[in-house]
Design a protein around this ligand. Structure first.
Ligand code: NAP
Length: 288
């Protein structure tokens, strides 16, 4: 542990609960590697205290912070600048102090697309199928748009929530990109897509024997498709195991977690950050 002194600058994560956050391990490992006089601290903040908490952060000179459940949307009206990624997603996960106010963005978008970009494929003909229509699905939609996909097909189980999801893009540049489908259409969608993304929590520890897509439906997956699960415990999920059995390339949620953190740290420090160190710290924490 580095020594904390009078000059130490503060970074952190706010959430409720925040005790099990993996971010302190990742960020403090990177800060130690860089030899910087910073510390990254988890701050439990109840919804009722959000405004007071960030006023206090300003008062004590916090440089920036991550935001997790349940504050990702609620933080937006408290920011003086909301970057386009956060505007489109409708949520911020990274905030920094700038020009007398707080600015916010959403690095989940960058985190999600990082392992896909690394494949150096042409995405202009790929219509991803996204399972789930919650907060993470929004970052995935924005990420797919950034990759250059011509359409994103979002599959949900509740018609009203799906329609609201579709409506929510109405006044954005992504309006024509998003189509919504119900769960009973999944079979045909799975067999046609080159990129199948799970953004539901189905299959997450401890429910490791569950998959959002039945085995019989996953049997229709193209052998050269990519199956991407945002879940990072277990690694891999049953969904990914079944997709791999079909021959598909699989991507789990760890790289997204690492890359969204690296993108945030780069904003706060304004310098390149050691992504390998962050990944290693995360993998060690997950294995512990
Ligand atoms: P969320 O806002 O609660 O959304 C979850 C979505 O999953 C909702 O659309 C929900 O459907 C759907 N869903 C839940 N149970 C389902 C079931 N049994 N069958 C079908 N659909 C179901 O949660 P979130 O914030 O988007 O997070 C979702 C997952 O992504 C979590 O596992 C989270 O850990 C992961 N995640 C990972 C990263 C990363 O960096 N790797 C980042 C963000 C999130 P309804 O709307 O019908 O309820």
């Amino acid at each position: 542990m580095r020594s904390i002194q009078g000059t130490t600058k503060l970074l952190g994560v706010i959430g409720a609960p925040v005790e099990h956050s993996l971010s302190p391990a990742m960020h403090n490992a990177a800060l130690a590697h860089l030899g910087l006089d910073y510390v990254y601290v988890p701050f439990p903040v109840r919804p009722v205290d959000l405004e007071r908490a960030i006023a206090g952060f300003e008062a004590v000179g916090v440089v920036g912070f991550s935001i997790t459940i349940p504050h990702k949307q609620a933080i937006l009206p408290l920011l003086s600048q909301v970057w386009p990624a956060a505007q489109l997603v409708g949520a911020a996960n990274t905030v920094w102090y700038n020009d007398g106010g707080w600015s916010g963005t959403n690095t989940d978008v960058e985190g999600f697309i990082a392992p896909l970009k690394a494949l150096q494929r042409d995405w202009s003909q790929v219509v991803p199928v996204v399972l789930g229509n919650g907060g993470a699905a929004r970052a995935v939609v924005v990420g797919c748009a950034e990759l250059g996909c011509p359409e994103v097909c979002v599959v949900g189980r509740d018609r009203d929530r799906l329609d609201k999801f579709k409506q929510s893009w109405r006044d954005t540049p992504l309006h024509g990109l998003v189509s919504v489908r119900s769960w009973d259409e999944l079979s045909g969608l799975v067999s046609a897509t080159d990129l199948l993304v799970n953004t539901t929590p189905v299959g997450m520890f401890p429910h490791v024997s569950q998959s959002p897509v039945e085995e019989s439906v996953l049997e229709g997956l193209k052998a050269d498709a990519i199956a991407y699960d945002l879940i990072y415990t277990p690694r891999p999920t049953l969904f990914l195991k079944l997709a791999q059995q079909r021959g598909a390339m699989i991507i789990d949620g760890t790289e997204m977690l690492v890359q969204q953190g690296a993108a945030a740290l780069q904003i706060w420090l304004q310098q390149p950050v050691p992504v390998d160190v962050m990944r290693q710290a995360l993998l060690e924490k997950l294995a512990a």
